[in-house]
Design a protein around this ligand. Structure first.
Ligand code: PAF
Length: 274
């Protein structure tokens, strides 16, 4: 695997590499990332990954400085997963001057995650558009665990007519159901034992909806109350339309249940499509 931090060197290395498939990450890679890297191989000729902890997408009280950085271990995993090229710029490489031109996503950026992380999706969309311009992939893969992020990036790609196919990879879970996330590493052993409750409450809501329950507000409230009574601080449990993440106009369309809740230090997110 070749590793580049400089944009001109990466661009030179990407000449004549056929159809480029890109998997952007912030590092601290787990099996969820690795499954995206392996899936990437099927979509083109050259698999490019990036590792960049993007300051633009962290709020002032968030964990930018303490976000786990595990570069050497990440490189070994990427190499083993068959990644051809890793782009790992420093903040100065990617933002040599203050990033004043930004992508400002529409109202979807203020829903759900956006309500609790103002500016987050502007930071994500800006860095991803910049990475797309640098790597110029034909295909890019993102995990469905960050469901709203995937939707923001899909919509950006479509509306700005970027010639890139966006592929969503399925969430990878531990045996007990916990969605894999770099932030799971912040959990104490007791919290780790408690954490699968998030997936359990989502599964229970999905089963109730499939069995005909239509009082969505009640399902959301009960799920948040269950989490909070077990030591969580829940930001939201929400049943939404898959198409636009708005509250459902009907129960007979594809729905998704999304949740975000803090357990100890980490704020965990998860979702389940119905
Ligand atoms: O999902 C992530 O790891 C990040 O939000 C992304 C897409 C790499 C942008 O920094």
């Amino acid at each position: 695997m070749q590793i580049y931090s400089s944009i001109p060197e990466l661009r030179a290395a990407l000449k004549n590499r056929g159809r480029i498939v890109f998997v952007p990450t912030m590092g601290n890679l787990h099996a969820g990332h690795i499954s995206l890297m392996k899936e990437a191989r099927a979509h083109g000729d050259t698999v490019v990954a990036s590792i960049f902890v993007n300051p633009l997408q962290f709020g002032p009280s968030e964990d930018f400085n303490s976000y786990p950085r595990t570069f050497d271990a990440d490189c070994q995993k990427l190499e083993a997963a068959g990644v051809d090229i890793l782009f790992a710029p420093t903040v100065k490489d990617l933002y040599p001057e203050p990033q004043e031109y930004v992508v400002d996503p529409p109202a979807i950026q203020n829903l759900l995650e956006g309500e609790f992380r103002p500016g987050h999706f502007q930071g994500v969309a800006t860095v991803v558009l910049k990475l797309f311009n640098i790597v110029q992939p034909a295909v890019a893969l993102f995990g469905k665990k960050d469901y709203q992020q995937l939707m923001v990036l899909r919509n950006m790609t479509r509306q700005l007519a970027l010639p890139i196919e966006i592929v969503g990879g399925e969430t990878v879970r531990a045996e007990d159901g916990l969605a894999l996330s770099s932030r799971n590493g912040y959990l104490s052993p007791d919290e780790r034992a408690e954490a699968p409750r998030l997936h359990r409450v989502l599964t229970r809501i999905r089963d109730a909806v499939l069995q005909g329950e239509r009082d969505f507000a009640k399902l959301e409230k009960e799920a948040a109350a269950e989490l909070d009574s077990h030591g969580w601080q829940t930001d939201y449990v929400a049943i939404r339309q898959q198409a636009d993440l708005q509250p459902p106009q009907s129960a007979d369309i594809p729905l998704v249940i999304l949740a975000a809740s803090r357990l100890g230090k980490p704020r965990l997110i998860d979702n389940l499509e119905i």
